[in-house]
Ligand binder design. Sequence first.
Ligand SMILES: [Fe+2]
Ligand SMILES: [Fe+2]
Length: 531
Amino acid sequence: MISEQSVKINSQEKIKLKKRLVIISDTHITRSGGAFNLHAFNVGIEKVNKIKNTSLYLNLGDITQMGTLLDYEYALEQFKKFDPVTKSPIMVLIGNHDAMNVGYLLFEEMIGRRHYAYEDDDIYILGIDSTKPDLPGGIIHHNIIKAVRAELEIPERENKFKVVCFHHQLIPIPNTGKERSAIDDSGDMLKMLLEAKADLVLNGHRHTSNLYTVSSSEKDLYIFNAGTFCCNKTRYRELFTYSIVDIEGSNLSFKVIPVFDPESKHEILREVNYYIPLQIEEKQKPIARFIQMSNSLVSEQKDGKISKFENAINSINKMNDIDLVVHAGNLTKNSYKEEFKAAKDTLDLLKHPYIVVPGFTDSKPLAWEYWKQNFGDFDPLYENEKIYFQGMNSTTLDSKEGFIGRKKLNNFIEKVLSLSHQKIFGVCCFHNLIPTPLSVWRTELIDSGDVLSQFARSQIDLVLNSSPSISFNVKIENTVFSNGGNLEGKYFDEVFIEIEIYRKGLVVLKEHNLKTGEAKVIGNYYLTILI
Ligand SMILES: [Fe+2]
Ligand SMILES: [Fe+2]
């Protein structure tokens, strides 16, 4: 086995002197109602005031509870207690609560700019507004994404450590209940941040702390969510916290410190790594090869022409050594009985094994019956001596919303753990766990935070989901998440994805374009493959 370590290249030492970011977030200050915990604020601010060697203080938004004049006035009064020993600047970002009730005007008048930059010789930190006026959800806007990219890609900043901060979560995080009020253009933002080689993203909003290592084919990006400092709306077992991020060289330390119990702080250490593609020797065969597709939308009207779906099946049948073909849902257009039968007949033309899970368009009334008749299992499993691949039905009857559920998730994770070090693990479901560029991030999977986190932290190698638009993939922790293989061909060319896993842990994703007949590599990653 070759570990990840052996293919990483030396990290770039960007920061000579240690930088310390101190984060308080989601203070929700108000004179009325039960949201604001004044005692937590008082105790916390006293502790934050004593922190030494801070480079920058950050409040990641939801300073106030209601965004009203009284709330802003009271918040400014409370912040007079903020008198740190290190007189460094503070970056205050606007949150959705601050933007309520025309609070965005008060924010500008009473706090300051909604976009903020801090820069020195080693570090560049940009804070931006992710709010929608008077609405809980978030948006960045394509012009801002473009502007942020331009800032990050300025040549003089190439060797600086680059941090981008905004209030709403960029990707779903665990222990927050229903996934909601995310950023509409998260996919575009995530893609830009990876391409522009940002090092760290700081978010608030969800009132619980979390850290993900999100990697492109070239380097790591850390996404840190701060918990709430003093809002009574806490989540699960995490109460009020503040965070300290220390950056030294390419080493990062994230400390989450409970306001009332500083002794039980937890610290996570990470390193920003760069990757170079490992050369695949000629004739080297992958240990596993998968095909991923979705949105075949089989309908009754065929006009005598070969459908895009049949075209895809014909192309796949010309390929050899495919272990498994995975169809991630939206098999039929209307969930009609005849459509399921036609889809089954087409899939049966495959000369390779396949599994298929339902998508939203396969979930209209009576679809369950037709699915059972044609495909049997809603959660199909494919297993051979080297692969354990679980299909999961994430749809709910006649609804765009879906969920996996704790029981199904736990059973699967338990199975994975029992077989660990023996097989390559894959899972597929219709709903996306990561946002895709060029589409609105719908977050229709209710429990996507828990599902994404469990998959990424449980040695699952491959997570395949449908794509609402283009193909897009990232690695989170040690798992490759791929949204792709959209056969719809409405706004984008119809494609399917080929995924190869090599013994040294290299994963190569190729997109086959059925319109042009071309294939191109759209991702390569290193996984710690334990078999
Ligand atoms: Fe909040
Ligand atoms: Fe918020």
